[in-house]
Write a protein that binds this ligand. Structure first.
Ligand SMILES: [Mg+2]
Length: 225
């Protein structure tokens, strides 16, 4: 199903792909709302609920402060997936653009991107707004990434601007980019989702991201799907 390399840009999901945590679940846990909200996140990840149906519900309940978002950024880095830094350094060395496309909160993803040396303009995620005291105001409801199908919109934009892309991710919201003609590689190193494993043309079933390089860098035909 994938047309295969060469790719101009390699796009990674964030939660459970570059970092082993789910950001919104971490925020919910700190707010004492994990039991209440985690089933919503899981349902969205598995494609049983539309993302837009749960996005506002979760954030309006949690109302994360600026300091919580900064702390989440540090947690993303502490829980970076094995091989992520080496994989991204190798991609940059091979002349590839690396992007992050996430349904998470941009201000929390940016520190992880900086740690992985991915420039902020290649981080596509949902903006969150605070007042002058760092109290939660709202999120960018207009962002395609707060809605089902949003990753397809953003991946197509990058593909139009930069050339062919491939998305690597763990969730159904990632695998659905294939319907938009985007190449997809499933990653089961943090959470193995059966629905994704079944439909992904390529699936990495190891806890390390380095096997990505075998699939996305120009290499012998034997390594291609
Ligand atoms: Mg994910």
């Amino acid at each position: 199903m994938n047309s295969g390399p060469p790719y101009a840009a390699i796009i990674f999901d964030c939660d459970s792909t570059l970092s082993s945590i789910e950001g919104i679940d971490e925020l919910a846990r700190q707010a004492g709302l994990y039991e209440q909200l985690a089933p919503l996140t899981a349902a969205a990840m598995e494609g049983r609920l539309a993302l837009e149906a749960v996005y506002r519900q979760r954030l309006d309940a949690i109302r994360p402060k600026l300091e919580s978002i900064a702390a989440l950024g540090e947690r993303y880095i502490r829980h970076v997936v094995p091989g992520a830094s080496e994989t991204i350094a190798a991609l940059h060395g091979g002349g590839k653009q690396v992007h992050i496309v996430s349904g998470g909160l941009r201000q929390a993803v940016l520190p992880l991107a900086a740690y992985l040396e991915i420039p902020p303009q290649r981080v596509h995620a949902v903006d969150i707004f605070f007042d002058e005291n760092g109290e939660y105001l709202d999120f960018d409801e207009a962002s395609p990434l707060a809605q089902s199908g949003g990753k397809s919109v953003v991946c197509r934009q990058v593909q139009t601007q930069q050339g062919k892309v491939v998305l690597i991710g763990d969730g159904v919201t990632d695998s659905e980019v294939m319907e938009a003609g985007i190449d997809f590689i499933g990653f089961g190193g943090v959470v193995k989702r059966t629905a994704v494993q079944h439909i992904a043309p390529l699936y990495i079933d190891e806890s390390n991201l380095l096997p990505v390089l075998d699939y996305v860098l120009p290499c012998p035909a034997s390594a291609r799907a």
